[in-house]
Ligand binder design. Sequence first.
Ligand code: ADP
Length: 701
Amino acid sequence: MFKFLKNISPRTKILFVAFILILLPGAIISYLSLQSIRQKAENLRTKYSGTVNLIRDKLQNEVGSLETKLRNSIIEQLPESDNTGNLRLWLRKIESENPAFKNLILINSDRGLISSSVSNGWKKPLESRLLMNPETAAGFDLAERAEFLSKNLTEAIMHYREALATSESSRERALLISRIGRCYFKLGEYRKAIDEYKKILEKQNDEITIGNVPAHVVALYQIANCFGALKDYKEQYNATLELFQYLLDNPWDISGGEFLFYLKSVSKETENQKITAGIVNDPEKKIENLQKRKENLYKQIGFIEFIDKDILPEIVSELSPGSSSELRLHYFSREVNDSVFQLGFFRIPAPFREPESLILGYQFEKKYLLSDLFPENLASVELGKDILVGILGKNDSILYIQNGIPLSKYLVTGNFPPQFAGWKVALFDPDGKSIEQLTGKEKQFYFMLFLGIIAVMLIGIMLMVRTVIHESEISRMKSEFVSNVSHELKTPLSLIRMFGETLDSGIVSDERDKQKFYGIIRKESERLTHLINNVLDFSRMDAGVKEYNFRVDDLVEVVRSTLEAYKFQISDSGFKIESDLPEESIILKIDKGAISQVLLNLFNNAVKYSDREKYIGVKIFKDSASVLITVSDHGAGIPKDELKKIFDKFYRVSDARTKEIPGSGLGLTLVKHIVEAHGGTVEVKSEVGKGSSFTVRLPLG
Ligand code: ADP
């Protein structure tokens, strides 16, 4: 499978294998774990979305059942008559029984509206012309002639009274009495006028109108005028105040504009008349209270006018019967002044004007939903303590949250259609964290872990590559060592054999030649011994069993005797040996044999690696803490980048010259080992072509 690996270097091979077998799977595993965290966030989101939808549905059902209750109570209790006063009271009652709703309005097919306080076009204005019976009509006619043509007011009063006696309709009667009052007013008989108007007040029925204005209002207005004419300003003020109150209690249809006109002028007149009447203190704050009520009524009027102008055209299709199921709920929502206007509505049958049907519109009392209905319902939902529920409004503003402390971030939201466009149900973490933030820490942790794993793997691979390369280098050097050692053994052995055989054959008779041959045999066997000693020592040292025999000795003496013996050994090689040894002895605890082996190795190297200038310098000197032995030569020198490696086992500098010189690569390894066993160090200074200098530093004492 990996045939192509054959031709590439072992380093690349190892890197390739490490990448494929270690790094790649590691990276894939780490990547997958990161993905699983991401998946976890996704799962969390799905879980919370499920919960939020359940809650949303629960709340929606709750609201839905309230709507059904509202609809049922409306349908069951709808009044039989469309009398505005009754309807207003009835709507007020329904509102108080259903705190989740406000601003109930009924809409009829004429696009008339009625709310619990006002109506707008709810009933067509009655014909202003009255269909009086002939007797009454005749009297009324005579009276009007007397009042307006002959300007005989006393006669007019008489005819009005005659008409009054024959009339059976309370509406006609109210009109006739007000006419009598007016005639008295014109006559300047204000008291009598007041008495007449008071008769109208006795009939407490706001259905009775004069023109389009309730007779009660006309009467009160006129009474106030009469008191004004009498300069009885207190009574005038009282009558106007009563009128103001009556207007607020019994607003009539606002469509004709008369009601608004009355309300506006009466509210102003009450203020003025209070001053004219000289009333400074009013402990009951009558006017203030009425003005407040007036403001509220204006709000209601504004609301109903807004429905009339802006909303009705859009929901008008719902008005025609048969256009949609009566029972279906509809919702209308629209952005108004930075907030969402919502209206729920449904069709109901109208019992008072068959076959007409009505529309009932309503708004949610959001305060009730947010502070009563939702909290109560959410209390029964088991969510665990690490989740809070809230309701969000426009721009995610918090309208409600379970613990009451607003949080800036939510976990998930679910829309609240269709009743509450713009509202959302949201789940919160109590610490206000988002899902990303909740899983972020774990993600970060795994990401760091991922980076850590990759880093550890890379370091591991690097170490592995280094070790493998080092090992393969050592094994290469070992095999080189074997051939080197055999080569080194061969030369002395063949010399010994050759001179031994020559001597043995008895050919050599000259005694001097014989001595020379013996000398060669001795030197070569010494070389052999040295070599074998090195190899044996190295193997002991490598196996950790090399033992030293430390004794107190004179170092100078050891160096001198080793040098003397060596001098003799290389006496005819033409080497110049210079020594600078102190006179006095330096006593140290040393292994004599091992130290002389160090020296012999250094001397041998100096001899082996010198060709041009045959020189060996030996020097002993002391500094404050140690004694230093320097062996220097003027030989080939060692390249700078090889200096550190020459002490490694089997290591030989790999230039052409060294290759020709026999050697095992163990000499300096032994030197270092022995010196370090003595607590010392070896240093080397060398320059290619100029020579080398090895310094052994042994601690004093
Ligand atoms: P070897 O048996 O090869 O001499 P050593 O451990 O004694 O092994 O030396 C390691 C290497 O250091 C040698 O191969 C040689 O290249 C270099 N070296 C050691 N001593 C000298 C020296 N005095 N001059 C030049 N090179 C030296």
